[in-house]
Design a binder for this molecule. Structure first.
Ligand code: GDP
Ligand code: IMO
Ligand code: MG
Length: 423
């Protein structure tokens, strides 16, 4: 059985925590897209673990982690993360694998990502600078380097030279930056070859075989629906498909294999980096959500922009991803607000916008119609049953259900594993 977990907004919905709570019922947790741009936080025993490339379910000893072909792997980040998690006591022996056909993020991808984004000036995307877009560009440009290519020294050196030719021309002539020497990468990265070889497998074959023997797979999406390259707020998006369909192409499994799709949405909305955000709040309330919700990027430390829950985008994400169950996180962060608002509808030039508009020009200029609900003062961090939630918190959840058109299966009320209220 395959279950996919997808972010319903602009990332950082609390997917890491949800993956960690679902992992014990699964044998394999598999990342299907993105790279070290992700930052998935799991809090266990008051200890915080941040996963970037490594799947978030691996605090559970019997779970195997895999990085699918859809993921872009930066060997430097990968081994750094491995070492720091090992230092915190996680043992990865025989329980972590990477797809042979996943593409590698190499030093020039990171440099180019950063200088390209700076060059955009006021149109900057605010990428994480982790070389994500530039690695996928090379993948689709057919000049990428896959894990399997890297494992063969001769193939690696040949492909690297091809990939660097045009880039060095750009670095030198266009960006007036220093060039990147192939020999230097070949030498510096040789230490990763034998180590990476131990992890490299055919992930598609591995997962399909596991499914044939009745195992359960949890496909972990990174980023979120509105950062999707096809359906997000283009060009303010990432370079992969975080939506549920990405799990098939990013792991090498048939759509017929997917049994359940779980959407994770925050009780409000956040976004890091540039791009339109209709329900964004200005001023003190933004600060308040950021402080109480600790809304700072798990990867870059950047302050996250905060806003009200946007029912229009989440409704669209429910249909686009084929969500079976919606989980709302961080409801506790709203405790203590006198009033809480939900973005219920958009207006554009005076008319109601029926759907989330794919046209970014429209999306940037919609006017949001809010529904205002009474807030609640009680702390809800210790609540373990839905019926124990304050009346107004329940109303808030129920109103989201009505607007979005799907049952909310669970509500998260704190960062720890046990702080989750099932319906
Ligand atoms: P992800 O990228 O979707 O995995 O989310 P991040 O880890 O980047 O950001 C979510 C943050 O919220 C992390 O610091 C989590 O520990 C924290 N978190 C998750 N669920 C809850 C919750 O229900 N309440 C509170 N207060 N924090 C939460
Ligand atoms: P998780 O998995 C939030 C954003 C960046 C930027 C845009 C493009 O933790 O939810 P990129 O480096 O991917 O080319 O940047 O996407 N972004 C994220 N925002 N959470 C993430 O991951 C993100 N990964 C990328 O801030 O706006
Ligand atoms: Mg995150």
């Amino acid at each position: 059985m395959v279950t996919v977990v997808v972010g319903m907004q602009w990332g950082d919905e609390g997917k890491g925590k949800i993956i960690d709570t679902l992992a014990p019922q699964h044998d394999i947790v598999a990342r299907y897209q993105g790279g070290a741009n992700a930052g998935h936080t799991v809090v266990y025993n008051n200890q915080k673990f941040v996963f970037h490339l490594i799947p978030s379910g691996l605090l559970h000893k019997n779970v195997v982690g895999v990085l699918g072909n859809g993921v872009v792997i930066d060997p430097v980040s990968f081994f750094q993360e491995l070492t720091s998690l090992e230092e915190l006591g996680i043992n990865f022996k025989n329980r972590l694998f990477v797809a042979k056909n996943a593409h590698l993020t190499l030093p020039y991808h990171k440099i180019l990502d950063q200088i390209e984004d700076n060059k955009r000036g006021k149109d900057k995307l605010g990428t994480t600078g982790r070389g994500i877009g530039t690695t996928y560009t090379d993948k689709y440009g057919r000049i990428g380097v896959r894990v399997v290519d890297f494992l063969n020294e001769e193939v690696f050196s040949r492909k690297l030279k091809v990939a660097l030719e045009l880039k060095n021309y750009l670095f030198e002539q266009y960006y007036k930056e220093s060039i990147v020497k192939a020999e230097q990468i070949i030498e510096e990265y040789s230490k990763f070859r034998m180590r990476l070889k131990e992890f490299a497998i055919d992930v598609s074959a591995y997962i399909n075989e596991a499914l044939d023997t009745g195992k359960n797979v949890l496909a972990e999406g990174a980023q979120g629906t509105f950062l999707d390259i096809d359906f997000g707020t283009y060009p303010y998006v990432t370079a992969s498909n975080p939506i549920s369909g990405g799990a098939c192409t990013g792991l090498g499994i048939s759509p017929k294999r997917i049994n359940k799709i779980i959407g994770v949405a925050k009780a409000y909305t956040t976004r890091v980096g540039m791009g339109p955000f209709p329900t964004e709040i200005e001023g003190d309330l933004n600060e308040r959500l950021r402080t109480v919700g600790n809304e700072f990027g798990a990867t870059t430390g950047r302050p996250r922009r905060c806003g009200w829950f946007d029912a229009v985008i989440v409704k669209y994400a429910v249909r686009l991803n084929g969500i079976d169950e919606l989980i709302i996180t961080k409801l506790d962060v709203l405790s203590g607000l006198k009033k809480v608002k939900i973005g219920a509808r958009y207006l554009y030039e005076g008319a109601v916008v029926k759907e989330y508009p794919l046209d970014t020009e429209i999306f940037e200029n919609v006017e949001v119609e809010y529904e205002e609900l009474e807030g609640w003062n009680e702390s809800i961090n210790q609540v373990s049953k839905f019926s124990q939630l304050p009346k107004n918190a329940k109303r808030y959840i129920e109103r989201i259900e009505e607007l979005v058109g799907i049952k909310i299966a669970a509500v998260s009320v704190g960062s720890s594993r046990e702080q989750i209220v099932k319906r």
